[in-house]
Design a protein around this ligand. Structure first.
Ligand SMILES: *Cc1c(COP(=O)(O)O)cnc(C)c1O
Length: 376
């Protein structure tokens, strides 16, 4: 005898198992909100490194270009090349990690503008103008001054050397930038310290320079931090740029299929390592997402998913491509889907459960999940 299909319609079987929806209208909205906050005359660019924080650099950059964004920051030459092919010619593409990973001539022929981080970078890049084919044209560059990250950029001492020895004359210097360590915490005294040092170092060059300091959080620190160009990333993708309520619109919605539900009829445990005990009455749902999809294993016994608008805790360990959620408390039977990330449970909230930041949630999911784009 044929078993009778009890819980699902035939058509539900053909649905996808996992969808990472990226709302390009929300990205555009967030860009306009950020650029609208900039002081008069200052530009707002976009940081689209790491494949636009996992959301797809070509698609994101094209949506931003359509809203008149012209300054795009990526980490590497390869990322820059991908965008050069995706965007109209007048898009300005900056390579944060400097003139590494490809020949100088290839940077120049693709109009990729490196950020110079060291004195060696400056010397190397200045030579590019001396090639016979360049006829003395000065190569375009950005210069990075370190004001407290101790990561990339000239140290205070090196900045003074560059200024005193006039090391920038062979360059077509577009912007001088620095990066804030604590911009998401407006009360942190380091913000003001970095601002003051940035102004002091820039002044040491003794000529007018276009400056760029603010990332997402920096835009919200006020006009003192805006200078000529801002470089937001996270806030474009809906992450909260500060400690208060999030002013940005949600961009990412990750949904996974519920594959099976079960009623617990006797005492037992859930998943690998038997880390979570269950006893009746309890109901569990097995959901199609795991660490191979970029859903961090740190969510084991800590994560939350949303089913029928209600939060359900992840029960037991995250498997390679499955999790189990406790749905005992649901008042209505769950449908086919669990929302893993979305308006009801944003990336920032999920990050807190896994002991990380929204940036890591987005980049790890974006790398592993197939993305679909929503745009009007
Ligand atoms: C990543 C990055 C940004 C963007 O920072 P968000 O916090 O994502 O806004 C800006 N500037 C530099 C140098 C960066 O590396």
């Amino acid at each position: 005898m044929q078993p009778v299909l009890k819980n699902k319609s035939d058509s539900s079987y053909a649905q996808p198992l996992l969808t990472l929806g990226v709302d390009l209208d929300a990205v555009a909205h967030n860009y306009l909100l950020l650029s609208g906050k900039m002081k008069t005359g200052a530009d707002c660019g976009a940081v689209v490194k790491a494949d636009a924080y996992g959301l797809g650099a070509p698609e994101i950059a094209r949506a931003l270009y359509a809203r008149n964004c012209r300054h795009f920051f990526v980490a590497t030459f390869d990322e820059g090349l991908l965008l050069r092919r995706a965007l109209p010619k007048d898009a300005l593409l900056y390579i944060l990690h400097g003139p590494h990973g490809a020949e100088g001539a290839d940077f120049i022929s693709n109009d990729l503008i490196p950020v110079l981080n060291t004195l060696d970078d400056i010397a190397y890049w200045s030579q590019q103008g001396q090639r016979p084919s360049k006829q003395g044209q000065r190569p375009k560059a950005l210069l990075h001054l370190d004001t407290g990250m101790n990561r990339l950029g000239l140290t205070e001492k090196e900045a003074h050397v560059a200024a005193e020895k006039d090391l920038l004359t062979a360059l077509d210097l577009r912007y001088v930038l620095s990066h804030l360590a604590c911009a998401d915490d407006p009360a942190h005294p380091k913000n003001r310290e970095q601002l003051d040092l940035f102004k002091k170092l820039a002044a040491a060059f003794g000529k007018p320079l276009r400056l760029s300091l603010a990332n997402s959080g920096g835009i919200f620190l006020g006009e003192d931090y805006h200078f000529d160009l801002a470089r937001p990333g996270a806030a474009l993708y809906g992450l909260n740029p500060g400690p208060g309520p999030n002013p940005m619109r949600n961009v990412v919605t990750l949904k996974a299929r519920i594959l099976q539900q079960r009623e617990i009829t006797q005492k037992g445990t859930v998943g690998y390592g038997a880390s979570r005990a269950v006893e009746p009455p309890a109901k569990l749902a097995a959901i199609n997402i795991g660490y191979a999809d970029g859903y961090l294993r740190h969510f084991s016994d800590h994560g939350t998913v949303v089913i029928n608008g209600e939060k359900c805790p992840v029960a037991g360990r995250v498997s390679m491509d499955l999790i189990v959620a406790d749905i005992t408390h649901l008042k209505t039977p769950p449908g086919d889907w669990a929302e893993i990330i979305g308006p009801a449970h944003p990336a920032d909230a999920a990050a807190a459960e896994a002991g990380t930041i929204g940036y890591e949630i987005l980049t790890s999911l974006g790398k592993a999940c197939k993305r679909t784009y929503i745009a009007s």
